[in-house]
Design a protein around this ligand. Structure first.
Ligand code: NAD
Length: 356
């Protein structure tokens, strides 16, 4: 008997093929169906990935073969979709950011808990081998006292990218380099260096004058453990270079470039260090030059973890409550840039963050 949990995809746009390929190539899960408001896109997608097309989420939620819904709609639509899935008793894997506000995120977390469904988020960079190696080294104290945790994302997105759909150029719908692209790397800093005490950010539009969004973020972070950090993130820098994450402690230094460990130096050299230095490959792309320039393996790991979480009755490794802090930092960045001030967390009053 086939016991693989069935998945349904809500949204068949740019990120959906990464989910579909993950499911089709997985021995642990299977793709059952998809929904999109664009019937032509939906038909082409379902033909390509051999799954059932549903015209609405409500219809798909009625399909008993589906245990999990992956919410792949634009950012401002996540909330309603997650609430509907939870009410229908489906587990949910939502794309990042989970929602546009902490208030909505907390409501979704409660709803999933009350309905007894798992609630994970596709912050798939966390599962990369290089990131996991750094995380283990931090948790075991190999860095000594953490001094700096920095992310540099100097990417490029063409003007066409911003005009490919209305939501991609609308603040209220969740566009902008901070919430949309840098979110993954703000998340990595939060995951690796921990909670944040204060945030100071500047946002500008350097190379996309026909959209009213920030394409560049410069932020300074003070972590609760006393470490500092910088986030430089942009989609203005043609042709785009690979992401860099740099961690400095009193006893160690690690640099990740793309998926690869570029620098791995510790005062207490360990036998496994030589293997760790070989993690990653320069050939694996991580999205620097175009929105579809990345591999699906990380999404597959997140999806298969969701399957295991259901089967083992545990939380997903990237459960939404564990990523709430990332959203809080990103929102604080917007508030800081708007008010030209240092924002201390917890974030109070998120009401006007998305105002034009
Ligand atoms: N994890 C990652 O690396 C990654 C990468 C890209 C995008 N994303 C996230 O994935 C989500 C989708 O991004 P995208 O780039 O695929 O967007 P997209 O615009 O390419 O696709 C969204 C799809 O949703 C459909 N849609 C809109 N409203 C709908 C509704 N009410 N019901 C059903 N379908 C609806 C649209 O027609 C479109 O096909 C966003 O949250 C984004 O942040 C994550």
């Amino acid at each position: 008997m086939d016991t693989k949990p069935g998945f349904g995809l809500l949204g068949t746009g740019l990120v959906a093929p990464f989910h579909a390929k993950s499911l089709i190539n997985s021995k642990k899960a299977k793709l059952i169906a998809a929904v999109d408001i664009d019937p032509k896109r939906l038909k082409a997608f379902c033909e390509e990935y051999d799954c059932r097309a549903y015209a609405t989420l409500e219809e798909m939620l009625g399909d008993d073969r589906i245990s999990v819904v992956n919410v792949l709609t634009p950012n401002h639509l996540h909330f309603d979709a997650v609430m509907a899935c939870a009410a229908a008793g489906k587990h949910v894997l939502v794309e990042k950011p989970p929602a546009m506000s902490l208030k909505d995120t907390d409501i979704m977390i409660r709803a999933c808990r009350d309905h007894g469904v798992k609630f994970g988020v596709s912050l798939q960079c966390r599962v990369r081998k290089a990131v996991q190696a750094v995380k283990r080294a931090i948790d075991s104290g190999r860095f000594g006292r953490l001094l700096h945790a920095d992310a540099f994302m100097k990417w490029y997105r063409s003007p066409d990218y911003y005009h490919s759909d209305a939501w991609r150029s609308s603040r209220r719908f969740g566009a902008g380099v901070t919430i949309q692209h840098a979110f993954h790397y703000i998340d990595l800093l939060y995951y690796l260096a921990g909670s944040v005490k204060s945030v100071q950010a500047q946002m500008s539009n350097l190379a996309h004058p026909d959209v009213r969004l920030e394409d560049t973020l410069l932020a300074f972070l003070e972590f609760s453990n006393g470490a500092r950090g910088v986030v430089e993130a942009s989609t203005a820098f043609w042709p785009g270079t690979e992401l860099r994450i740099e961690i400095n402690g009193t006893d160690g230094n690690a640099i990740i470039v793309g998926e690869r460990i570029e620098t791995w130096k510790f005062k207490d050299e360990q036998p496994e260090d030589e293997t760790i230095r070989n993690i990653g490959s320069a050939e694996i792309l991580t999205g620097a030059s175009g929105p579809a320039d990345f591999a699906y393996f990380d999404h597959q790991a997140v999806i298969e973890d969701m399957v295991e979480a259901i089967q083992m009755q545990r939380e997903p490794i990237i459960a939404v409550p564990l990523a709430r802090g990332t959203l809080e930092i990103a929102l604080a960045m917007y508030k800081s840039a708007r008010e030209n001030s240092v924002i201390y967390l917890p974030l109070e009053n998120e009401s006007n963050i998305w105002d034009e």
